[in-house]
Design a protein around this ligand. Structure first.
Ligand code: C5P
Length: 401
């Protein structure tokens, strides 16, 4: 935490008084804190308290009224090593999720490249409302870490989930994050993601339903932790975001993916192969569209594609960690364990197509991690793919190559 730059966004909720304790914890640990308050937050706690504790003038407006000095949200966003919103009201969460940049806090949020932490605080019913649930899910999908509110008595005297997590726990979560990032900084990671398309003719291909979401989530999480990431991606939709620290290499076929992955693997410390690579490709690729009447083709001859995981596994040198995925419909554990051995992997992430919410296309996943070093397998509950990505990277951090 020492020397880290924390932007602390405070919004207008009763829990704003707890933000003072949070500033103290950061400052005591040696961090520099810049407080940004929303205009409403000033109704709950005074800027004087926060500027005294942080040792820096609090920012609320885009301009200082008497001098006309402009506060650069871009500079603030880039200055931050962590961007923390605590407490985060339903309204600010909604603005963040939708890019409504009508105050300094949300504008700076949109400009930051730092890891963002959001600690919601609101009444039980507001917390449960489908709008809030949807907005929080959007923030998670955008890579924010949500520091879940605790259960207990709320300002309304209702009892339920909605109390902002205690400052000590928020502090610990951010401190843990910095420790994790320190562990990953400079680590070279190769990740494969998405499907492969195997060309039949200029307009047709053999493919699969993989969306690439899991692999992109791992790449983004690893980059947020400071790793150097090469993401070799098959064809995925344009909607998947990549962290600025990720080098994206786009490929189409399994053969192209092998070529790009093999090259990046030479320098990699860790490779995580989440791509759903087509097992076969057409033996022949037509350079013009196949015509039903003229060509009269009734079947396609296929040839086997290279197994990227097994190829990298065979060339793995000491010190490299290789992680694969297994998506199974039956005999899940046996099949996954067999793949772990055959492909010379150090860990395999098993997701079963039988589990609701796991697998292709969806934003959630339910995985088990199976290790080659003989330790007990870990089973995780259903989580977002961003959370699963964090679990996978945490597990890798505990592994010795
Ligand atoms: O054998 P299966 O396709 O189930 O193995 C899944 C694992 O192997 C995944 O990690 C996947 O990315 C990888 N794989 C590969 N190249 C292939 C087939 C699978 O890298 N041709």
């Amino acid at each position: 935490m020492k020397g880290k730059h924390i932007v602390l966004g405070i919004t207008g909720g009763i829990a704003a008084y707890k933000a003072a304790a949070l500033v103290r914890l950061f400052v005591k640990a040696g961090a520099e804190v810049q407080v940004i308050m929303t205009p409403n937050a000033r109704e709950f706690i005074t800027p004087v308290t926060l500027s005294t504790l942080s040792g820096k003038p609090v920012i609320t407006e885009f301009f200082t009224a008497n001098t006309g000095e402009w506060h650069s949200h871009v500079d603030l966003g880039l200055w931050a090593d962590a961007f923390v919103v605590a407490p985060a009201t339903a309204s600010t969460i909604a603005k963040m999720a939708n890019g409504v940049a009508d105050n300094m806090l949300v504008t700076s949020y949109l400009s930051t490249r730092a890891q963002v932490f959001v600690a919601p605080a609101m009444d039980f019913d507001m917390m449960q409302h489908p709008t809030t649930t949807r907005n929080i899910a959007t923030l998670r999908a955008d890579g924010c870490r949500i520091i879940e509110p605790a259960e207990g008595e709320l300002a309304s005297h209702l009892v339920g989930k909605g109390r902002m997590e205690e400052p000590e726990n928020i502090f610990r979560e951010i401190d843990d994050f910095f420790n994790l990032t320190a562990g990953m900084k400079g680590t070279k990671l190769l990740i494969t993601a998405g499907p492969t398309y195997e060309k039949i003719d200029p307009v047709r291909f053999i493919g699969n339903y993989s969306s690439g979401k899991m692999g992109y989530a791992i790449a983004n999480e690893a980059a947020a932790r400071g790793a150097d990431v090469v993401l070799v991606s098959g064809p995925v939709g344009d909607s998947l975001q990549v962290h600025p620290g990720v080098k994206l290499v786009k490929v189409e076929s399994a053969v192209q993916m092998l070529e790009a992955a093999a090259e990046a693997f030479q320098a990699a410390d860790i490779a995580i192969l989440s791509a759903a690579v087509a097992d076969y490709r057409p033996a022949r690729e037509y350079d013009r569209k196949i015509k039903r009447e003229k060509d009269g083709i009734e079947s396609l001859e296929l040839v086997k594609n290279p197994d990227i995981a097994a190829t990298l596994g065979a060339s793995k040198h000491p010190g490299q960690i290789l992680v694969g995925f297994a998506l199974e419909t039956d005999h899940e554990l046996d099949n996954a364990a067999e793949k772990l051995r055959r492909k010379n992997l150090d860990m395999i992430v098993l997701n079963s197509l039988r589990d609701k919410g796991a697998g292709f296309g969806v934003t959630t996943n339910k995985v088990s991690l199976i290790y080659a070093d003989g330790r007990e397998r870990t089973d995780f509950p259903l989580k977002t793919k961003t959370e699963v990505a964090a679990d996978i990277l945490d597990a890798i951090a505990t592994m010795k190559p």
